[in-house]
Design a protein around this ligand. Structure first.
Ligand code: SME
Length: 168
């Protein structure tokens, strides 16, 4: 079982994310169950990243995003493609960084304490599996370094899952 050692340090974001990538690879090594890996990924990110009040997954099922494993307050269950920050990022298949969710037309408020959000699509090639979503109570919490780091982590997650679900 993977054990976290020292607390994460995010004064240098790229270095913090490089460590998180290594730790996620170790955490998911040899395990291919989608729910298990998503739950552990959400727990790792929620515990490691400062100023984050929601971290988790929405998976594409029958054309809509359905909430998956997460850490934080209960969230809305179904999001249509093109709706909210999650559905917009999923439809565009690109990472969305929102400094102030109040200024994002159609933002879906799950927690009034959330002010900033980042959504990273989970892609296997061009196939959309879902999104990785993080919220913060601090406006402008996420930047391009978070986008790059979370995209790398999403890649580790997709690679681990892909290995075990042939043809899925
Ligand atoms: N705010 C998201 C909904 C999901 S929650 O933040 C967990 C959105 O607008 O898509």
């Amino acid at each position: 079982m993977h054990a976290m050692t020292a607390p994460y340090e995010f004064t240098d974001k790229p270095a913090g994310y490089r460590r998180l990538v290594r730790d996620l690879q170790a955490l998911l090594a040899g395990e291919h169950d989608l729910i298990a890996n998503a739950a552990n990924t959400a727990a790792l990110l929620f515990g490691a990243l400062p100023e984050v009040n929601w971290a988790g997954f929405y998976f594409l099922r029958d054309g809509a995003l359905i909430v998956g494993p997460f850490q934080g307050k209960p969230a809305c269950v179904r999001i249509a493609l093109g709706q909210g920050v999650c559905g917009t990022a999923a439809a565009a298949r690109r990472t969305l960084v929102v400094a102030d969710v109040a200024r994002f037309p159609g933002h879906i408020a799950c927690d009034v304490d959330s002010h900033a959000e980042i959504v990273v699509p989970l892609l296997r090639g061009r196939e959309l599996l879902g999104v990785l979503d993080l919220d913060s109570p601090r406006r402008a919490r996420f930047d391009s370094a978070d986008a790059a780091g979370l995209e790398a982590l999403a890649g580790v997650f997709v690679a681990a899952r892909t290995a075990a679900v042939p043809g899925a």
